[in-house]
Design a protein around this ligand. Structure first.
Ligand code: PRP
Length: 184
């Protein structure tokens, strides 16, 4: 077990928990997509850590490509309108696409992205979300086919998740101490 970062109040998912989650999702995808050579789409930046581990937990042939999007608006709450900062290099027409995400909150980012990618006529398009945030209300605007686990509605960091680009490198998922984000 890594030493706890001083800004982290509590570990939600240890390295072992993460390994277990990722191997389960990888096994599900390997079973469901046998013979389909799926394209894993990593939505930068947060999902790069999960994507790298997920790819290695998938035992069937698969490919990877990357997209970067940025939300319009104040950047704190998803506006639901996203701008493509980096598009895919792969043509997805006729491909089986799986979008890998680190965290699904409102789901607005992915809902927009999925509609945009559907216009390119993939054979199928699904979401593999490492975590889904439990919020009050009706839940995310999209329904992921694969869910790693749920996390509470708190400021979670690590395993790709950041606060102002910090903490992505923590090997576990933890809740930040309030004083760590109070003046951000
Ligand atoms: C995070 C996450 C999702 C989005 C989820 O990205 O990676 O893309 O927010 O929020 P939503 O479900 O409410 O739309 P962020 O904008 O923080 O960028 P990052 O991946 O570079 O950290």
């Amino acid at each position: 077990m890594s030493e706890l970062h001083p800004d982290v109040q509590e570990v939600l998912l240890s390295e072992d928990d993460i390994k277990e989650i990722v191997s389960r999702v990888g096994a599900e995808i390997s079973r469901d997509y046998a013979g389909k050579n799926p394209l894993i789409v990593c939505v930068l930046r947060g999902a790069f850590v999960f994507t790298a581990d997920l790819m290695r937990a998938i035992t069937i042939p698969c490919a990877v490509d990357f997209m970067a999007v940025s939300s319009y608006g104040d950047g704190v709450v998803s506006s639901g309108v996203v701008r493509i900062v980096k598009d895919l290099d792969t043509h997805i027409e006729g491909r089986h696409v799986i979008i890998a995400e680190d965290i699904l909150d409102s789901g607005l980012t992915l809902s927009y992205l999925i509609n945009m990618l559907k216009a390119r006529k993939p054979a199928s398009i699904e979401i593999a979300a490492f975590t889904v945030k439990d919020t009050e209300g009706q839940g995310p605007a999209v329904k992921p086919r694969y869910v790693g686990t749920h996390v509470p509605d708190a400021f979670v960091v690590g395993y790709g998740l950041d606060l102002a680009e910090r903490y992505r490198n923590l090997p576990y998922v933890g809740v930040l101490k309030p004083e760590a984000y109070a003046n951000k």
